[in-house]
Design a protein around this ligand. Structure first.
Ligand code: 5RP
Length: 222
């Protein structure tokens, strides 16, 4: 199985995992990225078995709608049983780095509301220590230089993501050269910098389940 096939396999596996709990009132939280897109395409095959979805980005909303899946504003949804999304890295505690697609803030909001967060990824994303993937930080544009200086004090090398404006109208700093031994503490420390909207560490709210695509099939980590 190549990487694309592994992404398709975990997208399909996520649908099979959540299908038994769906009913005609169910709203599904849906993430962003190429692996999430595989999930969306598989979810579309059972679109008559649930009500609709909440999207973590404009791109995901557009893909869901293209399949005829109704997309709801999160503010109109009182109950979200499950959120399915990809990741840029996961450690063995299911702490994640996300935001390679710049959707980290909306992803973190939807994950916070959902009762269960199912992460889907190919095996290249599983690491012992987070940080080889540069940590995305969403920043209010006028705070860019201030936040960058503070990130250097935390030991990182922030790089402005050229040409990237998030769905919320903000910019992204990608923080290189971090070895993240305490993800929950670093998540708090970065979020405490004035001007940071949020950062791509999902440690305070990790995934509950990781469906990992491998050449031997999909493995489940909890
Ligand atoms: C987007 C994300 C994605 O989940 C992450 O970048 C993984 O993407 P892909 O499935 O394309 O590898 O966090 O903000």
């Amino acid at each position: 199985m190549n990487q694309a096939q592994m992404k398709q396999a975990v997208g399909q596996a996520a649908v099979e995992l959540i299908r038994p709990q769906l009913d005609s009132d169910s709203i599904v939280g849906v993430g962003t990225g190429s692996t999430a897109n595989c999930f969306i395409d598989a979810l579309a095959q059972i679109k008559t078995e649930f009500d609709g979805a909440v999207a973590s980005s404009e791109a995901t909303a557009a893909r869901l709608k293209s399949h005829g899946i109704p997309v709801y504003d999160l503010n109109t949804v009182s109950n979200l049983d499950v959120y399915v999304d990809g990741a840029d890295e996961s450690d063995h505690h299911l702490h994640l780095i996300k935001g390679g697609g710049a959707a980290l803030t909306r992803e973190k909001i939807v994950a916070a509301v959902a009762k269960t967060f199912v992460c889907i990824a190919d095996q290249s994303k599983l690491v012992d220590v987070l940080g080889a993937f540069p940590l995305p930080v969403e920043v209010i544009p006028m705070a860019r230089s201030h936040v960058a200086r503070e990130l250097v004090k935390l030991g990182g090398d922030p790089v402005y993501r050229e040409g990237c404006v998030t769905d919320n109208g903000n910019i992204i700093l990608d923080v290189h050269n971090l070895s993240i031994v305490d993800p929950a503490q670093l998540e708090r420390d970065i979020n405490a910098i004035v001007g940071v909207v949020t950062n791509g560490l999902f440690a305070a709210r990790p995934a509950d389940v990781l469906l990992l695509g491998t050449p031997d099939g999909v493995k489940t980590l909890k």
